[in-house]
Design a protein around this ligand. Structure first.
Ligand code: NAD
Ligand code: DAU
Length: 359
């Protein structure tokens, strides 16, 4: 099979790590170049245990997607056949406390990557199969009420600096298709969970707090709804879109697993109590604390995934409860990884975000 070299940005983060590990396993002719700035969310050690035949098809470059000369160098060194653009500041709460970095990476960084990709694509004779796949979020659509779903034509209505920056980047990506013909595709996915997720997001934070018998901070009344997707199902969808999707289009990706936050926390308490032998008055549910809500907190996200199912034949392979159990077991069996990523910076963040939330 012909060698195919793919550039992944932000591949040392949660979804990027899962994507690279999965893609190396299911696409034996893919060689992956990962550029990642290694912010607090990136961990290059996620690839230390790659099997030898995977490791020889993997190259890591530490660098910022906003660095045009570095991008130019990479494009001149590698005969790239496509890009999976994951790199971003991704945490809504951090965007509320410090939005500027979100503008720099998510908007300007994406712009630089588009510019260098366009130059490369034009200078190499506009190769037919080249794709720029921009990994975006369902948060660009804003919040739903009790009814309805996000479709690919739902108007953008972002609420947080994070989702506003992702919305802006989506518009640039689409503009580069319409104006210059660069074969871009956008995916808008719902909430992911699974191994290697940085433990400041809801599911890993709760797993670790339950394990360590710390308070479980639920924002507001806990009725907010997210549509959960196991990360490997997202990775499969991305490969499908990259290989079969139509340039210029966007595809919604979702798990069809809507849950209230409080339901998830209860379920995690029950599943972990069973593993930890906690019950009765000792149940972890006693650790739940309802704390000050997130400002501008979107109430409900829910994806209509009809387009990707009908046009590309993708649907999730993992059920929510089963994959949540896999995720819990991964964290419980990988406390060395957890302790490595919970560095000084992590502790500082936990103090700032939850200060005044009266835990
Ligand atoms: P993450 O925060 O875990 O990882 C982001 C990665 O990007 C990190 O490795 C970080 O070091 C790197 N990075 C940040 N700024 C960079 C820069 N300037 N240059 C190079 N690398 C940089 O994020 P994630 O949860 O893996 O999300 C990946 C992508 O998927 C993001 O674009 C996000 O918007 C999107 N997304 C995430 C979810 C989710 O539920 N996590 C859902 C839908 C879409
Ligand atoms: O919908 C896709 C998005 O999902 C991605 O674009 C983002 O990158 C990703 O971080 C995620 O955003 P959310 O804001 O939905 O995820 P988070 O895990 O931060 O929060 C999930 C829900 O849980 C949300 O309603 C807020 C709530 N929450 C979160 C934390 C960290 C709590 O109640 N308590 C908490 O301590």
């Amino acid at each position: 099979m012909k060698k195919k070299t793919i550039l992944v940005t932000g591949g040392a983060g949660f979804i990027g790590t899962n994507f690279i590990r999965h893609a190396l396993a299911v696409r034996k002719n893919w060689h992956i170049v990962n550029i990642d700035a290694l912010t607090y969310a990136g961990n290059p050690a996620n690839f230390d245990d790659l099997a030898p035949d995977h490791a020889e098809r993997y190259r890591f470059i530490r660098g910022d997607i906003g660095n045009a000369s570095l991008l130019e160098r990479i494009f001149s060194e590698e005969n790239l056949e496509g890009i999976f653009h994951f790199a971003a500041e991704s945490h809504v709460d951090r965007s509320i406390l410090g939005p500027e970095r979100f503008l720099e990476t998510n908007v300007i960084g994406t712009f630089r990557l588009l510019e260098e990709s366009l130059k490369f694509w034009e200078n190499t004779g506009k190769p037919e199969g080249f794709r720029f796949l921009h990994i975006s979020t369902d948060e660009v659509y804003g919040s739903l009420g009790t009814e309805g779903y996000f479709t690919e034509i739902t108007p953008y209505d972002p609420s947080s600096p994070y989702s506003a920056s992702k919305a802006a980047s989506d518009h640039f990506v689409k503009a580069y298709f319409r104006t210059y013909g660069l074969p871009t595709i956008i995916t808008n996915c719902s909430n992911n969970y699974g191994p290697y997720q940085f433990p400041e997001k809801l599911i890993p934070l709760m797993i670790l707090n339950i394990l360590e018998e710390k308070p479980l901070p639920v924002y507001g009344d806990g009725t907010n709804i997210r549509d959960w997707l196991y990360v490997i199902d997202h990775c499969d969808a991305l490969i499908e879109v990259f290989e079969e999707g139509k340039p210029g289009d966007n595809y919604n990706i979702g798990g069809g697993a809507e849950r209230q936050n409080i339901e998830i926390v209860h379920l995690l308490c029950d599943l972990m109590d069973a593993r930890l032998g906690r019950s009765g008055g000792g149940s972890s549910q006693r650790l739940i604390r309802f704390v000050t809500d997130r400002p501008g907190h979107d109430w409900r996200y829910a994806i209509d995934a009809t387009k990707i199912r009908k046009e590309l034949g993708w649907s999730p392979n993992h059920g929510f409860e089963e994959a949540l159990e896999t995720t819990i077991d991964w964290y419980m069996n990988n406390m060395d990884w957890v302790n490595t990523v919970r560095s000084g910076e992590y502790k500082k963040w936990i103090e700032i975000n939850y200060e005044g939330r009266e835990i």
